[in-house]
Design a protein around this ligand. Structure first.
Ligand code: FAD
Length: 408
């Protein structure tokens, strides 16, 4: 039996992804949570050269992070690796096509809001989560601006939303959609493991962090370059960090990083922030936070697989400076997760799904909600609002198809 070890920290959505891949395949593993354990943190960095989690080992062979594990699972290599050791079959590709009333693609705020509405309408929706349960909210700790929610924990909020949707009959599956066919009805959706058809689809695939696309960014990914403060902040105890960006996410995550770092320097390309007033006040008051204005990062430099400096350029004077740092956290906006829908439904120039006032896309019966179509507000409350609207419209569409009264 191969021994699988997964090194994780608290509040790490990518760690959850790795664990879920293994659990879906009924593979036993040992979880080693390194949160608050500097020796274990240093040990893992020594073993892998990486400053991020999760890190996964099979029989002491380092196989990488959740992306590497997902790739192994997708390609069938993971099964082979384990079959070779075990002589049994772990793959379970299912060739039957399952029929559903409504499929919701995406398990963030919008997806689960659509789940609450469609399951209360007794449609027994199937919600395909992809790789991030809770979506972008699982990348942060705090949620203070969701009206009516008096806690301040993003994770707690997302868990509550999921539980509420599931209590009414939403079924969650941890599957990633790889292909859709919306030309024929019922609509068809494929994942790595299964095939489905549904009368109506609600797309809530949200958005992913935008990268800077500069030299060194990919090379030092996980070796000092990060997009998730709650996941990787712990690796930067008493170190000096740059946060790139000037919006709410940059300030919120920058403030969080001061728990660990000796200094957090916010590098912003303008001379004022885009963030809300309350976040600005908190950041300006924090002794560990400094600002560098009108400046972009042109390159991330490193030595021996670790970030050591950033090449900064003032966009007004064009002066450059090699700025010594230990890590770069990047929060410069998002790109919509719509690759799957290119050429299938209408997207705008920036790749966001175009919907009408009833959340309907260019195909009747296909709805979209949340950050996948909203490039203006991009908030949990607006994602929930449009998710609810899309759920209501999916219910109406199915009722009309079946010649039922709406609401039923
Ligand atoms: C660091 C940070 C801090 C934030 N803080 C706040 C805040 O304080 N207050 C606030 O209101 N908002 C905040 N936001 C914004 C908020 O998180 C988003 O507006 C909200 O999460 C959007 O929800 P969504 O459901 O549209 O998309 P997402 O949250 O992006 O969820 C998308 C879902 O789709 C799934 N998915 C993607 N592709 C596929 C596929 N092919 N198959 C299956 N599933 C797929 C993903 O796994 C995920 O579950 C923050 C965002 C970030 C990044």
């Amino acid at each position: 039996m191969p021994q699988i070890k997964v090194y994780t920290t608290d509040f790490c959505p990518y760690c959850d992804v790795a664990k879920r891949i293994l659990e879906n395949k009924e593979i036993e593993y040992e979880e080693i949570n390194i949160h608050g354990n500097p020796e274990m943190r240093d040990h893992i960095e020594e073993l892998t050269g990486r400053r991020d989690v999760p890190q996964i080992f099979i029989d002491d062979q380092h196989i990488g992070d959740d992306d590497n594990l997902a790739e192994l699972a997708r390609s069938g290599e993971l099964d082979k690796l384990l079959e070779k050791e075990e002589g049994n079959t772990l793959g379970h590709n299912n060739n039957t096509i399952e029929e559903r009333n409504v499929i919701i693609i995406g398990g963030g705020t919008a997806g689960y809001a659509a789940g609450v509405y469609t399951s209360r309408a007794m449609l027994e929706p199937l919600l395909l989560v992809g790789d991030t349960l809770g979506g972008q909210l699982s990348l942060t700790l705090d949620l203070e601006n969701y009206p009516g929610y008096f806690g301040d924990q993003a994770g707690e909020f997302v868990n509550g939303l999921k539980e509420q949707a599931e209590n009414f009959g939403t079924e969650t599956r941890f599957e990633y959609v790889t292909e859709v066919d919306f030309n024929n009805h019922p609509f068809s959706v494929k994942t790595y493991d299964n095939q489905y058809v549904a009368k109506s689809i609600v797309i809530c695939t949200g958005a992913s962090p935008r990268t800077l696309d500069i030299p060194g960014e990919k090379e030092y990914g996980g070796r000092g370059v990060s997009y998730c403060a709650t996941c990787d902040g712990f690796f930067f105890q008493d170190q000096r960090l740059i946060v790139v960006g000037g919006g709410d996410a940059a300030l919120e995550e920058g403030i969080f990083l001061t728990k660990y770092a000796s200094e957090v320097i916010i590098v912003h390309r303008r001379d004022q922030l885009r963030a809300s007033q309350i976040m600005q006040e908190r950041a300006f008051k924090n002794d560990k936070i400094k600002f560098i204005w009108d400046t972009v990062v042109d390159e991330i430099q490193g030595e021996e697989q670790k970030v050591t400096a950033a090449l900064l350029r003032n966009i007004k004077t064009n002066d450059t400076e090699i700025f010594p740092i230990d890590g770069v956290f990047i929060f410069v906006g998002h790109i919509p997760n719509t690759e799957l829908f290119k050429g299938v439904i209408n997207l705008n120039d920036q790749g966001y799904i175009i919907v009408d006032e009833k959340q309907q896309t260019s195909i009747e019966g296909i709805f979209a909600a949340g950050d996948v179509h909203d490039h203006v507000f991009r908030q949990a409350i607006t994602a929930a609002g449009t998710g609810a609207a899309a759920g209501i419209m999916a219910e109406k569409f199915v009722a009309e198809l079946e010649n039922r009264a709406y609401p039923g």
